[in-house]
Design a protein around this ligand. Structure first.
Ligand SMILES: Cc1ncc(C[n+]2csc(CCOP(=O)(O)OP(=O)(O)O)c2C)c(N)n1
Length: 185
């Protein structure tokens, strides 16, 4: 995650609940990261809205396989709208980690990158090697989207790093950092 988010510049980041949120927090708290604390299935829809509302900014959604499976329909809408500034990275441990490591559908053969591809994403693929993360990072900042990367990772329980405070506070901080204090007060 540190590699993916290094030198992030003006990148807007939305994180899906569970490990992707803890992982992004571990890479460093940032006012332009909006973390979803508990809403499952909505990360890509939030990212799509943001990408359409802010066409001059690059938007990255980082989420888990379970969260993405719940919001799979959003891939169809993203495929239909084709926002060139949106990228999705699914951290795929093939588990519902936060609720007890139950095997998810990606551990039983469901190929989310193929779903994204069938929805019309110009680039959608599975990433298995850490060495490929640099290329993913470059694409997020420069390649025309929508982009979809399903990054296979080991199912591990690591120490949790929580993002600060609650959802309302994070939303206000994000809006102030993006639009300026005057726009939100
Ligand atoms: C609508 C809804 N259903 C169920 C949950 C409970 N829940 C919280 S996290 C989670 C698993 C998330 O799995 P994944 O996105 O793969 O992330 P991981 O923790 O494995 O990294 C579940 C089922 C929830 N928060 N909301």
């Amino acid at each position: 995650m540190i590699l993916l988010l290094e030198r992030r510049g003006k990148l807007l980041v939305v994180t899906g609940l569970g490990s992707p949120t803890w992982d992004c927090a571990a890479a460093g708290d940032h006012p332009l990261t909006f973390s979803l604390w508990g809403g499952m299935g909505g990360a890509c829809s939030v990212g799509l809205g943001l990408a359409l509302a802010q066409p001059s900014r690059r938007v990255l959604v980082v989420t888990g396989d379970g969260e993405m499976l719940m919001g799979m329909g959003s891939l169809a809408t993203i495929g239909a709208k084709r926002p060139g500034n949106l990228a999705i990275v699914v951290i795929d441990n093939e588990r519902y980690g936060e609720t007890g490591m139950q095997t998810s559908h990606t551990g039983q053969g469901v190929d989310l990158a193929a779903v994204a591809s069938a929805c019309g994403f110009p680039e959608a693929r599975i990433v298995r090697k850490g060495a490929d993360i640099g290329g993913v990072r470059a694409a997020i900042h420069g390649k025309r989207g929508p982009l979809f990367y399903q990054v296979k990772v080991k199912a591990e329980s690591l120490p949790l790093v929580m993002p600060p405070r609650d959802g309302a506070w994070l939303k206000h901080r994000f809006r102030a950092a993006l639009l300026g204090e005057a726009a939100v007060s």
